[in-house]
Write a protein that binds this ligand. Structure first.
Ligand code: FSX
Ligand code: SF4
Ligand code: F3S
Length: 393
């Protein structure tokens, strides 16, 4: 932990107020700030600044638009449990217009949006959920008689920041899947300028919250990659930090849903897992505070690359992933050497280290994968034969 004194000084002044407002214990609140700071990749000690910003920065007005989508982004934000993420979100921001959550309807709702835009001109944050249909002058999505194109342009004109939440708003997502009859497009395409994107279908709510808290803490949005994604969340492939990675390295794969490998938690690559070509932090940050392993691969389903343009909803779910990074990891799980005939990953890595030939190691690694898998299949067949023999006796 960093400067706890500063946090506790702050605590003496204001944490009682936070406890009351959020119905959250001081310890939970401080832990939460530390988690957010770590999520953002901030150095040790930054949790004090985060706590202070949440506590004292004026809540930014947020106008949240919905277009072509399933409302999963909003649902995932509100379904989070302990420490009641939605409470914190609603405490950190002033959600002035949100069609799913607001009590107002019709003209009252329209008036709420206009009032918020006028009162916070140049200062509000515009969050957009859903793709924007541009075909036939945008007639396929209208709210209050206005096309999504017009609403987006109108609301973006005076926004301090624009955040595209979910894959639909970030790059078109599911609605843009071919033949894309409505011309579903991303926020950046329609506005003609880059925006911050938080892709995922749905995205992890922490990535949204951390982005907003970064804005509050530092007065600016976090560093992003060339697709507008916050680097703190999207700079690593899922495959790099996956809990099943040791099985991948050792060539242990689930070959069918429900087979022995699947039941033992083996790697899902051969079932089409797109972790090797998807940049996201799903493997390190569970969804919704519901406990460990609460993400697709953790639940036994291959990653479908829902956040990655050109992968999610485009590539067949069971097509094997393109390996974007085949560099050997620093450490290898031991292969089941008695099964294989070739060098194990461990010895391939050692050889690569000695020869300084990472590329060669990668080739050996790939070759070895096939061998170890073949060995696994041979062993499975043998075991099955033995079981049948036993049954016959
Ligand atoms: Fe749904 Fe959001 Fe997917 Fe899209 O998330 S979960 S279809 S990314 O815009 O509501
Ligand atoms: Fe994990 Fe998928 Fe990579 Fe296997 S292929 S290690 S399941 S991310
Ligand atoms: Fe989506 Fe894959 Fe993460 S399916 S939620 S990017 S594990």
């Amino acid at each position: 932990m960093g400067d706890m004194n500063e946090i506790f000084d702050l605590g003496r002044k204001t944490l009682g107020e936070v406890e009351r407002r959020l119905d959250m214990s001081r310890r939970d609140y401080l832990q939460f700030c530390a988690t957010l700071a770590v999520t953002m990749g901030l150095p040790s000690g930054a949790e004090a600044a985060v706590a202070k910003a949440i506590e004292s920065a004026p809540r930014p007005s947020v106008i949240w638009l919905h277009f072509q989508e399933c409302t999963g982004c909003t649902e995932s934000l509100l379904r989070a449990e302990h420490p009641t993420l939605e409470k914190l979100i609603l405490d950190v921001i002033s959600l002035d217009y949100h069609e799913t959550l607001m009590a107002a309807a019709g003209h009252q709702a329209e008036a709420a949006r206009k009032d918020a835009m006028k009162a916070h001109k140049g200062k509000y944050v515009l969050v957009v959920e859903g793709a924007i249909p541009v075909k036939d002058n945008g007639i396929y999505c209208k709210v209050g008689g206005h096309t999504a194109i017009d609403l987006l342009k109108e609301c973006a004109a005076d926004a301090a920041a624009v955040i595209a939440i979910g894959s639909c708003a970030s790059w078109g997502g599911m609605p843009s899947t071919g033949p894309n009859p409505t011309g579903a497009s991303s926020v950046a395409e329609v506005l003609g300028k880059p925006v911050v994107t938080i892709p995922g279908c749905p995205p992890n709510p922490y990535n949204f919250l951390a982005t907003v808290v970064h804005f509050l803490t530092f007065g600016k949005l976090p560093d992003v990659d060339k697709l507008g994604r916050p680097k703190f969340a999207y700079s690593r492939l899922i495959h790099e930090n996956c809990e099943r990675r040791a099985h991948f390295d050792a060539g242990r794969f689930a070959m069918e849903f429900g087979d022995a490998g699947h039941r033992q938690g083996y790697c899902l690559y051969k079932l089409g897992c797109k972790g090797p070509e998807t940049y996201n932090n799903c493997s390190t940050l569970g969804f919704g505070d519901a406990g460990e392993n609460n993400w697709p691969v953790g639940c036994g389903h291959p990653c479908i690359g829902c956040s990655e343009k050109g992968v999610g909803f485009i590539k067949p779910i069971h097509q094997v992933a393109k390996m974007l990074n085949v560099a050997p990891p620093l450490q290898y799980a031991r292969i089941v050497e008695e099964q294989g005939k070739a060098a194990s990953f461990a010895s391939a890595a050692a050889l690569a280290a000695l020869a300084g030939a990472a590329a060669g190691a990668a080739v050996m690694l790939t070759r070895n994968l096939g061998l170890s898998h073949a060995a696994q299949q041979a062993q499975d067949a043998k075991a099955e034969g033995q079981a049948q023999d036993k049954a016959r006796v």
